[in-house]
Design a protein around this ligand. Structure first.
Ligand code: BYC
Length: 318
C-alpha cells in the first residue's frame, strides 16, 4: 500500500475506535510517542517500588508487612507488563533500561520524594495510587491494543492499592494524638507532589494535543487533575484531616473545587534531577541492574543450551 493509503487506513481505525495492533502500519511519530509514554510508565512502576520497599522491614504488624510486600510485587508486575507492551513497538528491554539509566527517559516525579514515616505508606496508597488510577483508567481505552490491555489488569490492582492506603490513614486518623499528627504530616507532604503527577498545565504540555488526536490520551492533564482534586477534597472529610491548600474551595458555578497555585518551579526542579531523592533512586536502580546481571546471563545460557539440545534431538529424528 502507498504511504497515503496506509495513513488513511490508520486514521480510519482511530476514528472508529478500532485498536491499532503491533503488526498494523502506524505513523513513526505515533510509534515513538507510545514508546516514550509506555516506557516511562514502566520505569515509574519499577522506580516506584523503592519508596515503599523502604518500609517493608518496618511495617507495624505481620499483616501490614504481608500486604506491603504484595503491593510492591504488584508494582514490579505492572512494570513488566508495560515493558512487554513497549517491546511490541520494536524496542528492546535493554535499550529502554539504558535510556532510564542514562537519564534520557523520565519516570514519574512523585518517586523522588522520601518516605519518612509509616503514614507515608497510607498517603502513597491513597494519593499517589489514587492519582495513578485517575490517569490510568482512561488508558484502558488507549488506541494501542497492547497498552490498553495491560492497563486493564494494572487498574484493578491499583484500586486495591488505593483502598489499602486509605485504610492505613483511616486507622491512624482514629488513633492517638501522635498518630493523628503523623497522618496529617504525611498528607501535607504528599498532596502537592501528587497534584503535580498529572503533568504540566494543558497550555504548557507539548504532547497532549497530538496524543488526544491519536486517542492515546482521552483526557487532558488539567481535566484529570481537576477530577483528582474533586474526589480527594471529599474523601479527606472521612479522615477528619485537611489538605494543605487554603485556597481549596467548592466553586458552585464551575461545579468543581478551586485550588491554589501549583509550584511548577519545584516540578521542573524534580524533572531536572534535583528532587530530594533523584540521585538515590537512580543509584539504587543501576546497582540492582548490575546485581542482576548474572541472572540474565544464566537465563540466556539456559535458553541457548535448550535450543542446542532441541536441534540435536531434531537431527536424531531426521
Ligand atoms: N513526572 O506533554 P506532557 C504509578 C513529562 S506510576 C515526570 O504533558 P504527556 C505508581 C512528560 O513525560 C505513575 N515527567 O507529556 C507506581 C514530558 O516529557 P518528555 C506514572 C513528567 O506524555 C508505583 C513532559 O513532562 N504514570 O502511578 O502527554 C507505585 C511534558 O509533559 C510528569 C504514567 O506514566 C511527571 N509527573 O503526559 C504507585 C501514566 N508529567 O517525555 C504508583 C502514563 C509530565 O516529552 N503516562 N512529565 O521528555 C501519562 O499519562 C502521560 O505520559 C503523562 C504526561 C500524563 C504523565
Amino acid at each position: 500500500m502507498s504511504a497515503p493509503a496506509n495513513e488513511a487506513v490508520f486514521q480510519d481505525k482511530i476514528d472508529q475506535d478500532i485498536r491499532i495492533e503491533p503488526k498494523d502500519w502506524m505513523p513513526e511519530a505515533y510509534r515513538k510517542t507510545l514508546i516514550r509514554q509506555i516506557s516511562q510508565h514502566a520505569h515509574s512502576e519499577i522506580v516506584g517500588m523503592l519508596p515503599e520497599a523502604n518500609w517493608i522491614t518496618r511495617a507495624p504488624s505481620l499483616k501490614r508487612k504481608a500486604t506491603l510486600i504484595a503491593k510492591v510485587q504488584d508494582e514490579a508486575g505492572h512494570g513488566l507488563y508495560l515493558y512487554a507492551a513497549a517491546e511490541t513497538l520494536d524496542i528492546s528491554r535493554d535499550e529502554m533500561i539504558g535510556q532510564l539509566h542514562s537519564g534520557k527517559a523520565k519516570y514519574s516525579s512523585i518517586f523522588n520524594y522520601p518516605t519518612l514515616t509509616w503514614a507515608d505508606m497510607g498517603a502513597i496508597g491513597w494519593l499517589v495510587d489514587g492519582a495513578a488510577i485517575m490517569n490510568q483508567v482512561p488508558l484502558c481505552r488507549a488506541s494501542y491494543g497492547p497498552y490498553a490491555r495491560a492497563m486493564v489488569r494494572i487498574c484493578k490492582e491499583e484500586s486495591f492499592h488505593q483502598r489499602q492506603g486509605f485504610e492505613i490513614l483511616l486507622v491512624l486518623s482514629r488513633g492517638s494524638e501522635a498518630q493523628r499528627r503523623m497522618c496529617q504530616d504525611a498528607i501535607d507532604r504528599w498532596w502537592w507532589p501528587s497534584v503535580m503527577m498529572f503533568g504540566p498545565n494543558d497550555d504548557a504540555s507539548p504532547n497532549t494535543a497530538q496524543s488526544m488526536r491519536w486517542k492515546i490520551k482521552r483526557f487532558t492533564n488539567d481535566e484529570l487533575r481537576q477530577r483528582f482534586v474533586d474526589v480527594s477534597a471529599e474523601q479527606i472529610k472521612l479522615l477528619g484531616m485537611t489538605l494543605p491548600d487554603p485556597a481549596l474551595v467548592w466553586n458552585e458555578t464551575r461545579q468543581h473545587y478551586d485550588h491554589g497555585p501549583i509550584d511548577w518551579e519545584e516540578f521542573r526542579n524534580v524533572l531536572n534531577g534535583n528532587g530530594p531523592c533523584n540521585k538515590e533512586r537512580m543509584a539504587a536502580r543501576v546497582q540492582a541492574h548490575a546485581d542482576g546481571a548474572w541472572v540474565r546471563e544464566a537465563a540466556l545460557e539456559h535458553s541457548r543450551k535448550n535450543a542446542a539440545r532441541q536441534s540435536v534431538q531434531l537431527e536424531g529424528v531426521a
